[in-house]
Design a protein around this ligand. Sequence first.
Ligand code: GLN
Length: 192
Amino acid sequence: MKIGILALQGAVAEHIRMIEKAGGEGVSVKRPEQLRELQGIIIPGGESTTIGKLMRTYGFIDALREFHKQGNPVFGTCAGLIVIAKEIAGQPEAHLELMDIKVARNAFGRQRESFETDLEVKGIADDVRAVFIRAPLIEAVGAGVEVLSSYKGQIVAAQQGSLLATSFHPELTDDHRIHGYFLDMVKKAHQS
Ligand code: GLN
């Protein structure tokens, strides 16, 4: 399975490494035409406003909506979670508007700008290593969204069909089980 990592801004090389550890092939994506040869894509962490602007500039908004519509899974981590959300608290406009979630940016406050913890993630394990960096939270989820993980009562991972989202950075650890889970989603999506 060929998985793209959107390489406009943010943590790309680390995701490629994790996808390869999990048994897939990771490709850095800079142009929408590259989507044709991919079976899934990861939108990485970074700065969501910057990623959103670059996506508009390079024609990725419609291209990624179409990519997903054709049945290819999309995984957003941290800023990537913000990018795929239907609604961003306090902002009039969202970006891809794919996943039925409302997110709050930089939701952990100054004291907790970055931290690491082990999380229970439904369907994966009860000790998934998670790194949070100026992380967003999922404030609300629509009916079709399954909550996969919470931290102190707040939602930090969720899935809606072929969409996966985490508030944290699964690529900054040695734990590639989340990438393995995404790879399984991609395999299932392309089995028929
Ligand atoms: N705070 C960033 C944003 O709002 C996300 C941080 C991250 O991706 N590590 O876009």
